[in-house]
Design a protein. Structure first.
Length: 229
């Protein structure tokens, strides 16, 4: 089964861990200075991706390093657009210097979740991406109105599901503040990834790089998806 497997990267100081993650993904979402990341981590991660022929994506978030971008900020729509556009540009400068290109954009954390349910925030993200490169694919939560909005704006989209997160009945991600929000068992995560793929609900499936056991989870997901042909 051909389905993109992605991971949020460039967020950790552990370079060896991120190199191990890169072995099992087809797309890497690189933090670009908002919630995490700086020029050094962007370059390190982009080099890994280019060496492995992994698609590079920008991973912009709320400019909140203390909260790791996982708490919503009271930014205006213009503020969101500016933050996303600036962060993509920061990563693009590094990737271009290395001879690569950014293929997609995936909002991070709270920005991603707010965009999934808030039209103004989703529009602001869409405007930033359209301003930068209207041919880049925007990753968004499968089943969310944001995907339809971005399509209406003329942007390519990819519906995303999560192997390592539990969901609420309405299709939203369970808050990380609640028990059981993370799936850390490789077999359970792989089974969830396979289910999403078979149901056709997602074009790309994510495992977070900072989830405990992320390398083993990614390996299990890749093997499950590859073995389902």
């Amino acid at each position: 089964m051909t389905i993109d497997l992605n991971c949020d990267m460039g967020e950790l100081e552990d370079a060896a861990h991120e190199a191990a993650l890169m072995e099992y993904v087809s797309s890497a979402n690189i933090a670009c200075g908002g919630h995490a990341g700086d020029e050094e981590t962007m370059e390190r991660t982009a080099r890994l991706a280019l060496a492995r022929k992994v698609n590079i994506g920008a991973h912009p978030g709320y400019p909140d390093r203390a909260g790791f971008g996982r708490v919503a900020m009271p930014l205006s729509a213009a503020g969101v657009e500016c933050a996303v556009w600036e962060q993509i540009g920061r990563l693009e400068a590094v990737v271009r210097r290395l001879g690569g290109a950014i293929a997609h954009v995936k909002p991070h954390g709270a920005l991603y979740n707010v965009a999934a349910r808030n039209r103004e925030t989703a529009q602001a993200i869409g405007r930033a991406v359209a301003r930068w490169n209207p041919r880049a694919t925007l990753f968004g939560l499968a089943g969310s109105p944001a995907l339809d909005l971005w399509r209406e704006m003329g942007l390519p989209v990819a519906a995303e599901a999560f192997a390592d997160r539990r969901y609420e009945p309405d299709g939203s991600l369970r808050s990380r503040s609640l028990p059981g929000a993370l799936i850390t068992g490789p077999r359970e995560a792989a089974a969830q990834a396979l289910r999403f793929a078979r149901e056709g609900r997602a074009q790309t499936i994510c495992v977070h790089g900072d989830t405990p056991g992320a390398v083993e989870i990614l390996k299990a997901c890749r093997e499950a998806l590859a073995g389902s042909h």
